[in-house]
Every structure is written in structure tokens, then in C-alpha cells.
Design a protein around this ligand. Structure first.
Ligand SMILES: Cc1cc2nc3c(=O)[nH]c(=O)nc-3n(C[C@H](O)[C@H](O)[C@H](O)COP(=O)(O)O)c2cc1C
Ligand code: SF4
Length: 450
């Protein structure tokens, strides 16, 4: 059975308020840190824990923290990335809704460790009710003396504010988020310089994901070594997974990293298997930006090893036969789902969300979307499949930020693993339309020749 470090008390009544949270040990880590730990000691514990960023890239958090520049007399900032707009990912929303103080305690601990006195939580604009929950929780924390001047008599000051996201997926990219916080359009910046050197208002800044920040609380409470004992290899600790699609039990699960994908997908404690007794067709294990895995590569790697819920195992085989843990958005497709239609859907999203700064992303996502539209509507040509392949190749690696790659990888993996399905759309357009849209009786040949 998994250790629950973040969601252990999620079902306790009143846990969303400060009194309920304190009854379950809340703010104990903060008291411990401010009474007996220096900022550097916290950074060392985080390094020992092996915690990796839960926003998608999996970069080691302790290492990121140690990069922050410390020029004399220049303020530093700590930012929480709560923009969560990746299709299939809804774990941060759950955590903030149910246990807002866990995030706030993590924010104070992290800000203290990094020497920041003004921090922000940047929340996706569509999560308006979450903004209200967080504002209430922050007011409670100020009232108890956990925020503001001279916190718990330690001499440490911290102001914490929530800001409303600007309504674009790209604002989740950390430099776009910084631009947006500064009041500008959320366009990603060219790096270097990285935010740790030149971030918000040109000052050293660290950006972390909601779940990463919440994990600082158990790390300070129990120590980095204890945290590192959970998990497998370099995938330490627990991870929130938002599971959706054709499964019996969609929801947010906290798993110990290293359990098998098979157990997660079919086990009664997790997804509970494929809905309506159908067969598994494919799975996107880490949010819409990561490669899709066909059914035979979901629970096993290409070498026949058991596939595990870990950074390493999910990417085993690279992009040829593997994928990524990403943001932990686990999307499951049964035998009836159309991969072309699904990939078109993702491509539409990325085209809509491209900020337009780089031509390969701006033009390429739109071009791919048009081709998918043709394929889905009975106008596709067999050359379109190679054209799609060529376009995604030219986006990948040629853009300012990773949104371009996020748009390219699902297309590449869909063609790699499901080429026959693309061809079927060209050869049997009428059947595809009937299957995907139930369009019986329309004049398919006319559509096909248009
Ligand atoms: C287009 C795009 C959208 C992103 N959206 C989010 C997001 O909503 N939440 C998040 O934590 N990270 C998001 N990221 C990753 C952030 O840029 C950054 O790596 C992350 O917030 C760092 O936190 P971590 O180290 O704790 O994972 C996004 C990246 C890209 C390229
Ligand atoms: S890759 Fe796309 S979203 Fe990212 S900066 Fe370039 S155009 Fe904007």
C-alpha cells in the first residue's frame, strides 16, 4: 500500500481550514524550520530527498534551488506555478481545493529556504473558485502569524499573494508566467538568462509547481533521507496522478513512484481497469504533451520488462517505444477510440495556444491542424501522413519554448504507432466518419472529392 504524504488527510472534515489542518499536524514543519533550521539546511534536505519538479520536466528541485543567484541587496522571488492547463492534468486543482494550507505551508518553507520575502501563487484564471479558497486560507495564515512580519518571532518576513492567470496555456511556461505577472502578454523569454539569475522584475526567481511545493512539507517534517526511501531509483517520493479517459475509476491518486503501470491501470485501489470490459487501445501517461503508448507498450517496455510509474521506466525506449511521466495526466483510451481524432484534438489545442513568437510553432501547429481536419473529414491524401511527419520534425527542437515540442511529440508518436489508422482514414473515409461521428446517409463521395 502506498504512503500518502500529501493526500493522507484529504477526506478529513475541516482539513481545508487552518484549525482542521493544524489538528492533523499542519504548520509543524514551519515551526520546526523556523526554530531549528537555517535556510541552507532546508535546501540540503530537499537535495537529499531527490525530489524532482512535478510540473512536467522532472528537474531536481534541490539543484534548481541551489542555482538561485544571491547578489547583495537584490530581492529574490519565489513563484508557485498553479496555471495547470495541460489537457488531462487536474491534480494541482484537487490539492489546492482540498488542502490549501499544505501549499501555503510549502510556500512559506520554500520562500524561507530561498531567502524570498515576496512570493506569488499564479493560479489558472479559469480556477476562480480555487483563487477564493487560497485567498481565504492566506488570510487565515496571516491571522495566525504564519505570514507577514516576524513570522513566529523568527525575524523572517514574508508577504504572499495570489494572482489570477491570464487565460492562456502558455502562461504556465515559467518565463511566460513571469511576463504575465509583470503585466505583459505571456510570451516565453529566450533563455539564458534563466529565471534563477534574471526572473521577475529582473530579479533572481525560482518557479515551482504546486505539488513540488507541497512536497516540501513532508520533506522538512520527516527529513530528506526518509523521503528518498520512498519510490524507486531517481524517482523518489510520491506522485499525484490524475487519471481519466475510459477507466472505471477516474480521479486523483497519490502513488509511491515505482508501482507498476499494470497495478495502477487495473488495480482496484486505482483506475480499476478499462470501462465496460473493453480492451485497452493506448495510453498517454503524462498529459497531452507526451508521446502516446500503444496497448502493448503500456504495461511492458519493448524489452518485455514491467513498465513502472517512474520517470525512468515510462521513458524507457526513448520516444520510439517509450513516453514520459510528464505532469502525471494519465489518459486511457479503449478499443473504440480514434487516435487520429484524438491527435487532431490535441493539435487544435496547441495551435490555439501557440503564442506565435516562433514561426515553426505558429505556422506548423496550424498547418498540422488543417491536415488533421482533412483526414478526419474524408479529404485526406496518403501523402498527408508524411507531410504531418515532416512538419512535426521541423517544429521539434526549433522553438523558443517547449510548447512546440509538446505539439510535435503526440503527432510523431501517433503516426509511429498508429500509421495504419491514418491510412484507414484515407482509404475508408466513409467508415471513419460513421465511426467517429455517426454520420450515416451523408454524401461521403462528394466530401472525399472536395
Ligand atoms: C507550454 C507550457 C505550459 C506549462 N504549464 C505548466 C503548468 O501549468 N504548471 C507547471 O507547474 N508547470 C508548467 N510548465 C512547466 C514550467 O515551465 C516549469 O518548468 C515548472 O513550473 C517548474 O516547476 P517544477 O520544477 O516544480 O516542475 C509548462 C511548460 C510549458 C512549456
Ligand atoms: S514554441 Fe510556440 S508557444 Fe513557445 S514561444 Fe514559440 S511560438 Fe510561442
Amino acid at each position: 500500500m502506498d504512503r500518502k504524504l500529501l493526500l493522507e488527510h484529504v477526506l478529513v472534515e475541516g482539513i481545508n481550514g487552518i484549525d482542521g489542518y493544524q489538528k492533523k499536524g499542519g504548520y509543524r514543519a514551519l515551526e520546526k524550520a523556523l526554530n531549528s533550521m537555517s535556510p541552507n539546511e532546508i535546501v540540503e534536505e530537499v537535495k537529499k530527498s531527490g525530489l524532482r519538479g512535478r510540473g512536467g520536466a522532472g528537474f531536481p528541485t534541490g539543484m534548481k534551488w541551489s542555482f538561485i543567484a544571491k547578489p547583495e541587496g537584490v530581492p529574490r522571488h519565489f513563484l508557485c506555478n498553479a496555471d495547470e492547463s495541460e489537457p488531462g492534468t487536474f491534480k494541482d486543482r484537487y490539492l489546492m481545493e482540498k488542502i490549501p494550507h499544505l501549499l501555503i505551508e510549502g510556500m512559506i518553507l520554500s520562500s524561507y529556504a530561498l531567502g524570498c520575502n515576496l512570493s506569488y501563487i499564479y493560479v489558472r484564471g479559469e480556477y476562480m473558485y480555487i483563487i477564493q479558497i487560497l485567498e481565504k486560507a492566506i488570510a487565515e495564515a496571516y491571522h495566525k502569524g504564519y505570514l507577514g512580519k516576524n513570522i513566529l518571532g523568527s525575524g523572517y518576513d514574508l508577504e504572499l499573494a495570489v494572482t489570477c492567470g491570464a487565460g492562456a496555456y502558455i502562461c504556465g511556461e515559467e518565463t511566460a508566467m513571469i511576463e504575465s505577472l509583470e503585466g505583459n502578454r505571456g510570451n516565453p523569454r529566450i533563455k539564458p538568462p534563466f529565471p534563477a539569475v534574471k526572473g521577475l522584475w529582473g530579479r533572481p526567481t525560482v518557479v515551482n509547481n504546486v505539488e513540488t511545493i507541497a512536497a516540501i512539507v513532508p520533506i522538512v517534517n520527516e527529513g530528506g533521507d526518509a523521503y528518498a526511501k520512498i519510490g524507486i531509483g531517481k524517482s523518489t517520493g510520491t506522485k499525484l496522478i490524475s487519471a481519466c479517459g475510459n477507466i472505471n475509476k477516474p480521479g486523483v491518486y497519490e502513488i509511491s513512484l515505482g508501482i507498476s503501470v499494470e497495478e495502477f491501470l487495473y488495480g482496484d485501489d486505482y483506475c480499476g481497469g478499462i470501462k465496460n470490459g473493453k480492451q485497452l487501445k493506448a495510453c498517454v501517461p503524462g498529459g497531452s504533451s507526451v508521446p502516446i503508448l500503444p496497448h502493448h507498450l503500456v504495461c511492458k517496455t519493448a524489452n518485455g520488462d514491467q513498465r513502472l510509474m517512474s520517470y525512468e521506466s515510462l521513458s524507457d525506449g526513448g520516444f520510439i517505444t517509450g513516453s514520459m511521466l510528464g505532469s502525471g495526466g494519465f489518459i486511457v483510451y479503449d478499443e473504440n477510440q480514434c487516435i487520429v481524432k484524438n491527435t487532431w484534438n490535441f493539435t487544435r489545442f496547441y495551435h490555439h495556444e501557440s503564442c506565435g513568437q516562433c514561426s515553426p510553432c505558429r505556422e506548423g501547429t496550424g498547418w498540422m491542424e488543417k491536415i488533421f481536419h482533412r483526414l478526419e473529414h474524408g479529404h485526406g491524401k496518403i501523402e498527408d501522413i508524411d507531410l504531418l511527419w515532416d512538419i512535426q520534425r521541423k517544429i521539434d527542437g526549433n522553438t523558443i519554448c517547449p510548447l512546440g515540442e509538446a505539439a510535435a511529440w503526440p503527432v510523431a508518436s501517433a503516426i509511429r504507432h498508429f500509421r495504419e489508422e491514418f491510412e484507414w482514414h484515407v482509404k475508408e473515409p466513409a467508415l471513419c466518419l460513421v465511426k467517429n461521428y455517426g454520420l450515416v446517409g451523408i454524401n461521403i463521395p462528394v466530401l472525399n472529392n472536395a
